[in-house]
Design a protein around this ligand. Structure first.
Ligand code: B16
Ligand code: MG
Length: 219
C-alpha cells in the first residue's frame, strides 16, 4: 500500500503540552485535596477533558454533580489556556516541522487528529496551521481515544482509506485508536507502553519520508 496521508496527534507528538495539562490538573487537584502526581497524569494522555476529570475524581473517590464538573473543567481550561498562550514555533518538538514540510513537498496529505479542543489554537500559535489540510479535534468527536473516531474522521476528510494512512501517536490510547481504525500506527515513546504500534520511534527527529513510504509498502 502506498503512503497517501499522515495523521498527527498534537500533544506529545507536535508539541509537549503534556506538562501544561499536568500543571493545570495539578492546581485543580490541590484545590480539591486530591493527591495527583506526574505518574497519575500519564494515564490522562490522549483522553478527553471530561474523561480526564472523571479519572482525577476517581483518584480522589470524589463523585460530583454535573454542574460542578462543568465548572471545574472550565477552570482547568482557563489555566491551560494561560499556560499555552506563549507557545510559539520554538516549542515544536524536534523533527516535527521538518517532517511536516517534507511530507508536504512529497505530496503526502497531512491532517491532525487530537482529543484537544484547543488543538486549532495551538497549531496557530506554533505557526503550523497552513501545513494541515484537515484538523479533527475534540470539538468534532463524540468518542474519546481509544475509539478510532478522530482518525476515521480525519482519513475521511482527507479522502483516503485508513490503510493508506499513517498515524503518529505518543499515547497508548491513541495507538489503540489507530489500530482499531485500521491505520498504520507509529508510536513515539516507550516501546513497552506503546506495544501494538506497527513501529515505535523515540521521536520525529531525522525521520525520512522515504523510510515511512518503505514501511507502508511493506505493510
Ligand atoms: P483539552 P492529544 C489530548 O491531546 C491530551 O493528550 C490530553 O491530555 C488532554 O486531556 C486532551 O487532549 C484534551 O485536551 O482539554 O485541551 O480539550 O494528545 O489527543 O493531542
Ligand atoms: Mg498525545
Amino acid at each position: 500500500m502506498s503512503l497517501k496521508a499522515c495523521l498527527f496527534d498534537m500533544d506529545g507528538v507536535i508539541v509537549d503540552s503534556t506538562r501544561h495539562h499536568f500543571a493545570a490538573w495539578k492546581q485543580l487537584a490541590e484545590e480539591l485535596s486530591i493527591p495527583f502526581e506526574e505518574r497519575d497524569n500519564h494515564a490522562l494522555k490522549g483522553l478527553s477533558r471530561v474523561d480526564s476529570l472523571e479519572h482525577l475524581l476517581a483518584l480522589g473517590n470524589m463523585p460530583l454533580d454535573e454542574k460542578t464538573k462543568l465548572k471545574l473543567m472550565r477552570k482547568k481550561n482557563q489555566l491551560y489556556l494561560e499556560l499555552i498562550d506563549n507557545m510559539r514555533a520554538i516549542d515544536v518538538l524536534p523533527g516535527a516541522s521538518e517532517l511536516i514540510r517534507a511530507l508536504n513537498k512529497a505530496g503526502v496529505k497531512i491532517g491532525l487528529g487530537s482529543s484537544s479542543k484547543n488543538a486549532q489554537l495551538l497549531l496557530e500559535n506554533l505557526g503550523l496551521s497552513n501545513h494541515f489540510e484537515v484538523v479533527v479535534d475534540g470539538n468534532h468527536i463524540t468518542l474519546s481515544k481509544p475509539d478510532p473516531e478522530v482518525f476515521l474522521k480525519g482519513a475521511q476528510a482527507l479522502g483516503v482509506l485508513p490503510a493508506e494512512c499513517m498515524v503518529f501517536e505518543d499515547a497508548a490510547s491513541g495507538v489503540k485508536a489507530a489500530k482499531a481504525g485500521g491505520f498504520f500506527a507509529v508510536g513515539l515513546g516507550d516501546p513497552v507502553e506503546l506495544e501494538g504500534a506497527d513501529k515505535v520511534l523515540p521521536g520525529l527527529q531525522d525521520v525520512q519520508v522515504a523510510t515511512l513510504q518503505g514501511w507502508m509498502e511493506g505493510a
